[in-house]
Design a protein around this ligand. Sequence first.
Ligand SMILES: Nc1nc2c(ncn2[C@@H]2O[C@H](COP(=O)(O)OP(=O)(O)OP(=O)(O)O)[C@@H](O)[C@H]2O)c(=O)[nH]1
Ligand SMILES: [Mg+2]
Length: 391
Amino acid sequence: MAEVIGLSNLPTQRARIVTQDGGVFNMMVCGESGLGKTTFVNTLFSTTLKSTEDHPRDNAIRKTVRINISRAILEESDFSLRVNVIDTPGFGDNINNDKAWQTVVDFIDDQHDSYMRQEQQPFRDTKFDLRIHAVLYFIRPTGHGLKPIDIETMKRLSSRANLIPIISKSDTLTQNEITEFKNRIRQVLEYHQIRIFTPPLEEAADQSNKQDMISFEHARSIIEAMPFHIVGSDKQYQNAAGQMVTARKYPWGLVEVENEAHCNFVLLRTLLLRTYLADLIETTNEIHYETYRRLRLEVGLKEGEDQRDDDPFIPARAPARKLSHNPAYKQEENALKKYFTDQVKAEEQRFRQWEQNIVTERSKLNSDLEEIQQKVKKMEDQVKNLQLKMR
Ligand SMILES: Nc1nc2c(ncn2[C@@H]2O[C@H](COP(=O)(O)OP(=O)(O)OP(=O)(O)O)[C@@H](O)[C@H]2O)c(=O)[nH]1
Ligand SMILES: [Mg+2]
């Protein structure tokens, strides 16, 4: 069974940030087809998360063909967090992989766009927030280097979200190959100025503080391990110590998912769901969303200029895409539409009631007026009669 993640151990102020908007964490997996993205999502769910929907526990994982959102709850003592994992179709192996990243990049931009629109609405309290707080980019364990498509995609992802590169299926590489491969990837990322998520290191200023030193060491181990190498599996086996563990089985033994000597799965999970959860959420809002907003507003002023379409580091000018083309977030969109329609209906209802009250009031006044007029007429008649009698 998974060890406790320790969300309740987050410093209170951090925990507050996370719980503020109902506590939602959105992460996305993407990369070439067949690299184990769906398997990773399932592994994460079976080791850590409590799924809120029934997953068809289908042993034969099929090729993912559309964007798929899995929802889960991470619960610990008095702390609970809603987690959305966005699984994406892998890029094909075809020769024409031109703009293979478009779907995922559009998804990220659309979420920023949708959030921006909601902020502009008069009813701003409830927001449907699917902004991606972390993107895990899966790299094929070739041991050689990165493909042009990896570089082009990561450029686009890194300017829109917190990018975390991952070497998948690391059980197919030796320890030396992994070390070598990591170095090579780091060099390529640096050369292309692709920014990956890096934990802040400066917090260790106070060397005498034990907690500070632990966080410092943890941050350093993360930086040193990047890009993480991971193994995914949906099967359990008994290890040498007699425990049932999630692993991949080889004739020479097991590769255990949650064994830190075997891969970085636990380190990655800790970073995502515990130690840097708040940072991922904060930086998404303060850096990535703000950048998107600023660029959209700036570009909005210069409508008609098309010069930015080719720059991978800049979000799309304005989403010409229809939000509704994707069934996976159709649900989100429908809920949003229903919310606004309900609000408008309620306002209309209130207005009608008010109109009705006015009509009632007016007819009451009219009948009062009529009554008074009749009285006046009666009195006038009486006066006339009296005058006649006096003659
Ligand atoms: N050796 C090894 N195989 C893995 C690992 N993770 C997944 N696999 C296998 O790789 C195959 C593809 O896995 P998926 O999870 O479907 O890959 P995907 O990235 O979701 O693929 P698409 O949906 O086509 O993009 C399956 O047969 C998995 O069992 C791993 O860590 N090591
Ligand atoms: Mg898949």
